[in-house]
Design a protein around this ligand. Structure first.
Ligand code: ATP
Ligand code: MG
Length: 335
């Protein structure tokens, strides 16, 4: 038999094996979920280490791995998602699935709830969850001028839809007999009020523009390891927000008098005058071109009204138009 007849089968076998290795490197969603599931039921006091690499495959990014080991699941998922490969994004999805299941299903007793101790007009509560995860619970309040737990959750879902990676996971939950929003607590973060000369990123400007945020003061932005994190969205995405209107009017009056008390909120920018400050990351702009009303409706219709959803769509289209006109985007460049 000539050599050529031997080389081909060997090469094919080699390629198949290489493909198999690559395929086993990718986490298979179902088996990864069944591998992780037993670790969801550990009590807050148990010091269990979740065998992440065993369940979701090799984590190449050292920072993400170290965050996972410290129980900083949301931060690890953001880091991996930014890796922008299919594997890192699937790993990020699995971590978020784990975190969401844990935040939604973990038993919370009276001793796990306490006052947050960081101020807050809505009296947020601190909640201890398993595996060192902590949450911030804001209960539903009837007629409260500054908070809607639904807006908190809708802001998170929008963040996920457009992949802003700014808002920590926020879900619907019943705790101590109250309906409300439970948000993942970012450990060790400072508020932007501690960062001299801080300015919002274009991604955060776009996010705030879409949700019509009138309360982005520097205590509602957290900074950790150079990452910007957006919290406190109870005032956004609401048809009537008495406090939001008051804040907008008092800010206007202060501006005309030249008196400022909120160094970050004073920089509420509009794309008609500051379009450069709205040139968000490419992947967000592409999502903005592709996501349409029915996608928004699918994600948000259990939380906010059709009117509010249409307003997000309107603001998104308007912002894209400003960007096209200023030459920062070519029409339908992402299609
Ligand atoms: N997810 C979080 N991770 C880390 N810290 C948080 C988180 N949520 C809230 N905090 C801390 O608690 C403070 C108050 O929270 P938040 O602003 O959401 O409450 P609020 O009652 O709506 O506040 P405000 O007084 O601004 O109306 C924040 O400034 C921040 O320091
Ligand atoms: Mg606040």
């Amino acid at each position: 038999m000539s050599l050529q007849y031997l080389i081909f089968p060997v090469m094919i076998a080699f390629c198949l094996q290489a493909l198999l290795v690559m395929a086993t490197d990718l986490p298979d969603r179902n088996s990864a979920q069944s591998c992780l599931r037993p670790y969801l039921n550990r009590g807050p006091e148990e010091q269990t280490q979740v065998p992440w690499e065993h369940c979701i495959g090799r984590v190449e990014d050292k920072q993400a791995l170290s965050l996972l080991k410290k129980g900083q699941y949301q931060e690890a998922a953001w880091t991996l998602d930014e890796g922008n490969t299919q594997t890192t994004q699937e790993q990020a999805e699995l971590i978020l699935w784990f975190l969401e299941t844990l935040m939604r299903d973990a038993a919370v007793g009276d001793s796990d709830i306490s006052k947050l101790g960081m101020g807050g007009a809505t009296k947020p509560m601190s909640v201890i969850l398993p595996l060192g995860v902590h949450g911030v619970f804001k209960k539903k309040r009837l007629f409260h001028p500054s908070s809607s737990y639904r807006s908190e959750i809708a802001a998170y879902r929008l963040d996920r839809l457009f992949r802003f990676r700014l808002v920590p996971m926020t879900i619907k939950r019943h705790i101590a007999g109250h309906k409300g929003s439970l948000q993942y607590f970012i450990r060790g973060a400072k508020t932007a009020s501690h960062i001299h000369g801080y300015r919002k990123s274009p991604n955060l400007n776009v996010f705030d523009y879409l949700i019509r945020n009138r309360d982005r003061n520097s205590d509602n932005i957290l900074i950790t390891k150079g990452r910007e994190i957006a919290i406190d969205h109870g005032l956004c995405l609401r048809r009537f927000s008495i406090l939001g209107c008051c804040l907008a009017y008092t800010d206007q009056i202060k501006k005309s008098l030249g008196v400022w008390s909120h160094p970050v909120r004073q920089h509420v920018l509009h794309p008609s005058t500051h379009i450069r400050e709205f040139v968000a990351s490419g992947h967000i702009l592409r999502k903005m071109e592709r996501i349409l009303y029915h996608d928004l409706h699918h994600e948000l219709s259990d939380l906010i009204s059709k009117h509010q959803i249409a307003e997000i769509e309107y603001r998104k289209t308007r912002l894209l138009d400003y960007l096209y006109k200023a030459g920062f985007l070519r029409k339908f460049s992402g299609m």
